[in-house]
Ligand binder design. Structure first.
Ligand SMILES: Cc1cc2nc3c(=O)[nH]c(=O)nc-3n(C[C@H](O)[C@H](O)[C@H](O)COP(=O)(O)O)c2cc1C
Length: 201
């Protein structure tokens, strides 16, 4: 199912076509494709080129690992993410590798890496659905994540499935139109609250 964004300004089709489905096909994701997705994440920009991200990945081919990762999601997310062929958790290192001082952009950079992964996935006909709804402490325990690393977001990814595979409530959400604030609400110039003229359209 396609759910292209209806944009106020033209953007690349990869941006329009990226969205977060809850229906996934059971088609496995080839290891080479997974390699490309994380290669895309690798090339994200980051403060001091610190690359403060890491990912734990569980595919259905490793049922034990998949079961453990599914188990750290909140129930609402487990309900649909169990059908995705691949789950992951993004993790960020909060201090710089080169001097150990706090990196206030660590989460920002990790989000940027996952955004690039999502665009690469879209280009390859896959979909990514990120989740805040997971137990970070349980993830730390389950996967022995070291103290200096922080679990940030869970991720379901795979090929899109049919909305008919979802419960009626989730199907309704799957089919709902995508919405966004207009750019005039968040693009300013001069001082806070002054909308940039190009954003007024
Ligand atoms: C960091 C983050 C956390 C999210 N957490 C959840 C979640 O726990 N459960 C869920 O169903 N969707 C979650 N989402 C998906 C958002 O609801 C979705 O991205 C948003 O509604 C915009 O829709 P779109 O991605 O299809 O454009 C999350 C997205 C992000 C980026």
């Amino acid at each position: 199912m396609q759910k292209a964004a209806v944009t106020d300004h033209p953007v690349h089709e990869l941006i329009r076509n990226r969205w977060s489905p809850r229906a996934f096909s059971d088609k496995p994701v080839e290891p080479a494709v997974l390699g490309s997705l994380f290669e895309a994440a690798r090339w994200a920009a980051s403060s001091f080129n610190d690359q403060p991200w890491a990912y734990l990945v569980a595919t259905k081919e490793d049922p034990e690992s998949f079961r453990k990762m599914l188990g750290v999601l909140v129930e609402f997310n487990q309900d649909w993410a169990k059908n995705a062929p691949v789950l992951a958790i993004s993790v960020a290192r909060r201090n710089f590798a080169h001097n150990g001082t706090p990196n206030r952009n660590a989460l920002y950079d990790t989000g940027a890496a996952t955004a690039l992964l999502s665009v690469e996935a879209t280009a390859r006909g896959l979909a990514v659905h990120q989740m805040a709804g997971f137990d970070a402490e349980k993830a730390r325990q389950t996967f022995a994540i070291p103290e200096e690393w922080e679990p940030i977001a869970a991720i379901a990814l795979g090929y899109r499935g049919t909305p008919d595979s979802l419960s009626p409530k989730l199907k309704e959400r799957e089919l709902a139109p995508r919405t966004r604030k207009p750019i005039r609400e968040f693009v300013m110039t001069g001082s806070w609250g002054h909308t940039a003229s190009f954003a007024l359209k």
